[in-house]
Design a protein around this ligand. Structure first.
Ligand SMILES: Cc1cc2nc3c(=O)[nH]c(=O)nc-3n(C[C@H](O)[C@H](O)[C@H](O)COP(=O)(O)O)c2cc1C
Ligand SMILES: [Mn+2]
Length: 511
């Protein structure tokens, strides 16, 4: 009986464990951050109404700022705590989430992420009674989400957002596949939560498919979630790929799921706070605006679907993961997103089979890695750079939003913007090297187009900042050190009074 129910919920028994990360849930992960000095606890009362977000914003104006655990929320009687800047601009916290070495460079982390993102491990079923999220289970009228201190982030926000650092599960009625997405959720009332999915997102595609059948769409959302499920939910995977299996692969053990009370979807067993509910066809309420990852308020207030909440599960004194949306480096969508998106883009290009691609980077300062992608390549034939640019621009992992796609030669490190700006300034001839793609996949959150209804139709510029292929043989040599002289200087480095090891250089002068 138990097994059948698990199967229905999409949970497979057992897992083929390989190497597993050193934490099992958000609390153990916080312990790991503590041990590594990467989290700051704030025990003084802080108001969830703008003050918490203001402190988080100020505390994250420098790269690599610590995670922030707000332990006392002013006026709160639920004992809820709020974790902000979970991953943010810290590549070290990204590494700790995946069990990588925090000392790796960004480029090395992209390569290591590609490696572990290949693995697939199926979720494992946990009995309801053993699920940590089931410390408190409430159904129907017992549910009152307004008791939780959902933050209002920015002065112009249209409401309190219980879901920002969240995951949302939906099932496609045609394929049965469960999607995991991160979509913002505004609190409307005790049992009503707004869900904003932008066009093209899988949560919206699933919802539309249920509604086309005249049926409600089941939803499970978790508002206090571990870092791997959180980072996974923000990545685009194929409509046939199991994102839950990818999350298992990233952790080296299956995602622990348990059965819900009222819906057929599973719920994450180790989450802090989970809701189950239904999106009924036509049931919507005014939603937004929200200060967004672009650094602006997004769309105007407009009707969005509402989750009719049927049950809530939570741990005692739950920890809500709240994702501040702001300009880099204060945006929650920071280093982790840049690294994973870059890894996914390189995977897409590999799958397509184009040769010569060496690296890619979607810098988080470009609207959380959505605005720009730099791809580095070994030019092998006429037209090669133009081909790589066009494929990068429209591959599934890079297509959304991205306005600037820049190709650089392999001697330019795409993660180093000093290098990229050098290439743009010395190898690119704008009159020759720019192409524009029109009517591309974008979002209503991009403020650069008018009238606002046009915003979902974006445009992209392809910038060839590689050495001009036609003249590659005459192109001047870059100034590089002679290897023998470099080695002599490096050997004398400390004798000359410099501290630390001599800097490494990527290449040497050739006669
Ligand atoms: C903190 C955070 C908030 C996000 N908010 C939204 C949102 O409100 N609506 C939306 O469509 N996408 C939002 N996204 C982006 C999606 O999560 C992302 O595009 C992801 O690929 C969606 O999953 P899907 O590809 O399965 O649709 C957000 C991402 C993050 C990390
Ligand atoms: Mn998806």
């Amino acid at each position: 009986m138990e097994e059948q129910a698990s199967e229905r919920a999409g949970i497979a028994a057992g897992s083929n464990e390989t190497r597993s990360v050193g934490w099992r849930d958000l609390r153990e992960w916080i312990g790991l951050l503590e041990a590594n000095g990467l989290i700051k606890r704030i025990d003084k009362p802080v108001d969830a109404d703008e003050e918490l977000a203001a402190i988080a914003y100020l505390a994250t104006r420098r790269e690599g700022a610590p995670a922030l655990l707000f332990e006392t929320i002013a006026g709160d009687h639920s004992g809820t705590r709020i974790l902000a800047n979970l991953l943010g601009s810290s590549k070290e916290r990204f590494a700790l989430a995946l069990g990588l070495d925090p000392a790796l460079s960004i480029a090395e982390m992209i390569a290591a992420t590609r490696d572990i993102m290949q693995r697939r491990i199926k979720p494992v079923a946990v009995a309801k009674d053993d699920a940590r999220v089931n410390e408190v289970v409430l159904r129907g009228d017992e549910v009152d989400l307004t008791q939780f201190p959902a933050p209002k982030f920015w002065p112009g926000d249209g409401g309190r957002y219980i879901g920002t650092g969240d995951i949302t599960l939906t099932r496609n009625p045609d394929t049965g596949r469960i999607n995991v997405g991160c979509y913002r959720q505004m609190l409307h009332g005790p049992r009503r939560v707004g869900l904003y999915c932008s066009p093209g997102k899988h949560g919206l595609i699933d919802r539309e498919a249920w509604w086309a059948r005249g049926q409600p769409c089941e939803v499970v959302a978790a508002y206090g979630i571990d870092p791997v499920l959180f980072m996974l939910a923000a990545q685009v995977f194929g409509i046939k790929e199991s994102e839950l299996d990818v999350a298992g692969g990233l952790m080296g053990r299956g995602v622990e799921l348990t059965e819900a009370e009222c819906v057929s979807l599973p719920i994450p067993a180790n989450a802090e706070l989970v809701i189950e509910g239904l999106l009924h066809p036509g049931d919507s309420e005014e939603e937004g605006p929200l200060g967004e990852f672009t650094g602006y308020y997004g769309r105007e207030r407009a009707p969005q679907p509402v989750i009719d909440v049927k049950a809530v599960h939570h741990r005692r004194s739950p920890i809500l993961t709240a994702a501040l949306m702001a300009k880099y480096p204060s945006c929650e969508i920071g280093a982790y997103y840049a690294i994973m998106r870059s890894a996914r883009i390189l995977d897409d290009l590999d799958r397509i089979g184009v040769s010569g691609v060496v690296g890619a980077y979607a810098h988080p300062a470009a609207a959380s890695g959505w605005g720009m992608v730099v791809v580095s390549m070994q030019q092998q034939y006429a037209g090669h750079a133009a081909q790589v640019l066009a494929l990068t621009a429209q591959c599934p992992a890079a297509a959304y939003y991205t306005k600037w796609i820049i190709a650089v030669d392999a001697d330019v490190d795409p993660t180093d913007f000093n290098d990229v700006l050098w290439a743009l300034s010395t190898r690119c001839h704008p009159a020759e090297d720019l192409d524009i793609l029109r009517n591309t996949w974008s979002t209503g959150l991009d403020p650069s187009q008018y009238p606002p209804e046009l915003r979902p139709y974006g445009s992209k510029v392809l910038i060839n900042a590689c050495k001009p292929h036609r003249h590659i043989k005459q192109f001047p040599q870059a100034t590089l050190l002679r290897q023998s002289i470099y080695e002599r200087a490096a050997a004398r480095w400390s004798e000359l009074g410099f501290e630390g090891p001599p800097p490494k250089v990527p290449a040497f002068h050739k006669e």
